[in-house]
Design a protein. Sequence first.
Length: 342
Amino acid sequence: GSLRRSPRAAGGGDGGAAAQAPSSEDFSLTLLDTNLPPEAETELRSFIAKRLSKGALFDGMGNVVSVGLSVPECKVGCYYCRFQHENLLEMATLESDISAPEYVVCFLGGSEKEDTFRLELDKYIQSLKMSLDLEQKSLETSVNPYLRSWFEDAVCPIQRVVQLFQEKLTSLLHAALSYTPVEVKNADERTEKDISRFLAAASLQGLVQEGTMTSLCIAMTEEQHKTMIIDCGGPQPQLHNAGSNRFCEDWMQAFVNGAEGGNPFLFRQILENFKLKAIQDINNLKRFIRQAEMNHYALFKCYMFLKNCGSGDILLKIVKVEHAEMPEARNVVTVLEEFMRE
């Protein structure tokens, strides 16, 4: 399928390119826009052509690899994604003489750490598919500026939230972990979006059972007075009904310490480690609860674990929801709740 134009990809000091990508064996790639030096663009195009010839690009699913470019003389992380324009795809199936154009967008970052942002970048491309207009003029007016800001929009939100909240990040982490509803007031659109992206990235969605997620969200929403309010009216966000625990305080410190380097990929890695540790703690607690069903000494081990892990308040809430239908485990949880209250 031949293609006339395609968007530009760039931003944040990092490069990118976009090209046409027909799916037939004898395709040729047409460069549509880039901010890479010609030499690097040729190397990137040849790399993408090889991937296409192997059929290694699935529609809308990005890949991240390390690519060696002679300008600059080093390896860089490259996110690349192939997609087709949905409206044109429908037309192509209806009228056999039209073939649906295909695009490949590449974003180049500092290293293959872009992999930690792959889902965000996939969503970014998804939004691009929606905004592509059949009219070519939309490329200059909306698509090019959209792609130029990929780094700012998809990679930097976590970093911006850390810089805005500083020590108050503790309560944001606590809210994400405990599925507490959050209401943002007096914030500009970008800040509001950044906060909701941070909360989504910090929550255990997809890591704990779907049913648990739903039940926790319902439980937390029913406790209406618990909704955390973030007022961004002043120079520093003001928090109301904010929760906190030692676990979140420790991780907040890791974020604040990381802020000195100012590497957005590092913040994402810290966030992934934060979630990994929370999941390990939940699994350990579940194991102790299974043992405690048979043995009172294990019940004491459960209690000590909850006291020492720094996040007992949240972990207990999560396992309580997960074990709601299991009488023995539920009894153990009830005893632990009494211990923790005392």
